[in-house]
Write a protein that binds this ligand. Structure first.
Ligand SMILES: NC(=O)c1ccc[n+]([C@@H]2O[C@H](COP(=O)([O-])OP(=O)(O)OC[C@H]3O[C@@H](n4cnc5c(N)ncnc54)[C@H](O)[C@@H]3O)[C@@H](O)[C@H]2O)c1
Length: 433
């Protein structure tokens, strides 16, 4: 099939590459000239394991191309995916300006029947708005709009896309339904279902899924805080809960708050949808509030440890990305923690395996960057672990003890063992452990 993917970000790039990999002819279009120039010279703009190789292979085979000419890309295609950003608007709702601007461009370039697929995460009713925009600019009805929300996780995006738990497709007409079934057939051969439903249900499914995952995280963060007060261990509780087959073990890890490009904005957008529909989602208000508090927790712990005075204290901070295996810094808890420490007059020395360039674009020289984790600890008083990259799991603690002025460790992901570290003379703070 001839496919155009409009928006070549974390989602568009992975989706376009994976469709090319299954034999489709894919053109990825983006308005960001630098991004497209880079891709055409073999530079992949994001860190995603396995992606560079897969792009290279499909470009070489002539199945994957990149362009800034959005119009011709649309005209050449049978299926057009909209994969642009839907950031948080001023009132918390999803900002649809990019989606609708693409819809307009599709309308301007409609040269025969096309299937337009909303891949971006968009609120209920967006497909209708997209259809309206296309109809208005083209004066034609010769298209279908499908909702096909994406559930991939950054860091495991390729395997999530190639082997999805399920594919959700909201579609209201038979021709588009059959085309989508054909397109996804290579990914669902292992028996994972394609769930067909109405467009509105598909749009809501994505938000409900993300809101549920965010709820589990905030719930466990509250339980972890309770553990801290009561002297219980949240790791035991997590295992005791997670082995219950009705509950399951994923997304029960407490930490320093969820971040990233999806959960924060999707929770807020769903809350806004609820308000507009006269059905406020009270649980999500709490989920959000707990998360905001959790992002501040590490800095509050540090402040409490140092009796309210962080002036001239030096913190080594390991892990900047909002989660391991990505360089995505959107809504990363590390930023909240760093801002709070700097505000209190502390200095921060950071390390992250891949997210330092992205962090530099946000924080500039307000923190010091170190290529190796141990260099960041040099001259520091305390160490804060924010993102649980594998390389931080078993560091050389005797060396850290020798370097770290006050031998204090704040473990924001509970990856280290309190007893071991206390045995080595560290003061250890975890989250509910
Ligand atoms: N990042 C994730 O893990 C993830 C997972 C599932 C769903 N989503 C959803 O997918 C959507 C895209 O997310 P993302 O993280 O890939 O965003 P992103 O910000 O990484 O990429 C969006 C891209 O769209 C481009 N763009 C904007 N307007 C354009 C236009 N008019 N024409 C062509 N290109 C245009 C931008 O230049 C940018 O490269 C969002 O709705 C997001 O919620 C993201």
């Amino acid at each position: 099939m001839r496919i155009a993917v409009i928006g070549t970000g974390y989602v568009g790039l992975v989706v376009g590459t994976c469709f090319a990999d299954t034999g489709n002819d894919v053109i990825c279009a983006d308005v960001d000239q630098a991004k497209i120039d880079g891709l055409n010279q073999g530079r992949v703009p994001i860190y995603e394991p396995g992606l560079t190789t897969m792009i290279g292979h499909n470009v070489e085979e002539g199945r994957l191309r990149f362009t800034t000419d959005v119009g011709p890309a649309i005209r050449d295609s049978e299926i057009v995916f909209i994969a642009v950003g839907t950031p948080e608007g001023e009132d918390g709702s999803a900002d649809l300006q990019y989606v609708l601007s693409v819809a307009k461009t599709i309308g301007e370039n409609l040269n025969g029947y096309k299937i337009v697929v909303d891949k971006s995460t968009v609120p209920v009713g967006t497909a209708e708005k997209v259809a309206e925009a296309i109809r208005e600019t083209s004066g034609s009805d010769d298209f279908s709009v499908v909702s096909n929300p994406e559930f991939l996780k950054e860091g495991a995006a390729i395997s999530d896309f190639l082997k999805p738990d399920r594919v959700v497709i909201g579609v209201d007409d038979e021709q588009a339904r059959q085309a989508m079934e054909r397109l996804y057939a290579p990914f669902t051969r292992t028996g994972k279902p394609i769930l067909f439903m109405s467009v509105r249900s598909a749009e809501l499914t994505k938000y409900a899924a993300n809101a549920m995952l965010a709820t589990r995280i905030s719930f466990m963060n509250e339980i972890a805080r309770l553990c801290n007060s009561l002297g219980a261990n949240v790791n035991d509780i997590r295992r005791g809960m997670g082995t219950d087959s009705r509950i399951g073990s994923s997304f029960l890890f407490p930490g320093c708050g969820y971040g990233g490009s999806c959960f924060p904005k999707d929770v807020k957008a769903l809350m806004r949808t609820g308000e507009e529909a006269g059905e406020p989602l009270r649980i999500l208000t709490a989920v959000e509030e707990v998360n905001a508090g959790q992002k501040r927790l590490m800095a509050e712990m540090a402040l409490a440890h140092y009796d309210g005075n962080l002036k001239d204290k030096v913190f080594a901070l390991w892990g900047l990305a909002f989660k391991p295996k990505t360089d995505d810094m959107r809504e990363a808890p590390s930023l909240t923690i760093i801002e709070a420490l700097l505000e209190q007059g502390a200095r921060v020395q950071v390390n992250d395996p891949v997210a330092m360039p992205a962090t530099k674009r946000i924080l500039g020289d307000r923190v010091a960057y170190f290529d190796k984790p141990m260099q960041a600890v040099d001259g520091a008083d305390a160490l804060i672990l924010v993102t649980e990259w594998n390389e931080y799991r078993q560091p050389d603690f005797p060396t850290i003890a020798a370097k770290l002025g006050d031998r204090v460790i704040f473990d924001g992901r509970n990856i280290w063992d309190r007893k071991t570290l206390e045995g080595m003379g560290f003061t250890y703070y975890g989250i509910g452990v």
